[in-house]
Design a protein around this ligand. Sequence first.
Ligand code: SF4
Length: 384
Amino acid sequence: MKQISFLPTFGNWKKAARRALREGISPNEIAWEEIGEDRPGLHLFEEAEPETTAKAAPEFRVPKRFLALAKLVALHRQPTRWPLLYRLLWRLTHGESHLLEISIDPDVAMEELWRTYYANIFNPARVKVRAMQAEMPKKYWRNLPEATLIPSLLHEAPQRVESMMKKSAAKIAVQDGDEWRPAPAPKTSSLTTLREAAAHCTACPLYKNATQTVFGEGRKGAALMLLGEQPGDQEDLTGKPFIGPAGQLLNRALEEAGIDRDAVYVTNTVKHFKWEPRGKRRIHQKPSSRDIAACRPWLEAELRVVRPDVLVCLGSTASQAIFGSSFRVTKERGKVLESELTPRVVTTVHPSSLLRQPDEESRRREYALFVADLGVALRAAEEK
Ligand code: SF4
């Protein structure tokens, strides 16, 4: 039995799965083990055979639909998703290329995982049926695993929105009597312990209106730590930092700067989504200095445990949390600075600001500057 121990991200699973496939290891011969960031020393293959014994690498092709689905299933929290995905991958590349069409196959029932995930993240307040149909014409809906859910989710949406609005109005009203105190970050060298403790944090009122704490993600000892402002709507629903539109842009920029997203630690200055209702939408609200101060012990603990070579502050909230409220990102961006919290810091804009640029030309210009700032951070880490 081969044990594959890995940090549970889609990228890491893909690398490990590709290698296992190349080596001809069948699904029954693999035990997939999720590890925390506290065990960075473990390799993907603990008992890996020397490269020379690997079988000749054949070409593998899988349907695009599988890759898209696998990415989404990877966001689910069940550990069984990894062996399921590998079993599907194995079968798709070993003579069953039409497997996904066989809906009664027990392995294809893994789409059930995706349906559960979709139902959980479906936000009735954000439904735009026309936009959904424009992006994906209805005739293709039958190919989507979540298609069977859409009619009932749409049907229930107005009722769910009404109850969400009632609930949030009630919660916002109680905030008047709330207090802010420093978050109770435990003294530990374990990121897993920190994450578990942060999941129950009630040190400021932001937890009341949010779905869950969105703690940082990545491994201990990562060369770069990226610090944003706070989770957004998608991050709040999935519990993962930087997965919404700004996160996708960040991924692209990291890749262009030569930085592997899976090798960096990403987190936010404030760990709960702060928002206010506007119509059916949850509108982002800038965290206050009280919110930032209350949440600071989590950031300090992350810095203490991860010990990045360079901290990259994305936007003014993150930068001012490190350097104080008089700090101006526009003046200082792209420079390697020193701070009391961590020896080297590079500041730049938040990727969401790139999405708000008024025209194509300024979008390109700002994006290029952003990639250049990330490059400065990478070089500073490499020079260490
Ligand atoms: S925002 Fe930070 S301090 Fe406030 S409840 Fe969430 S984790 Fe705790």
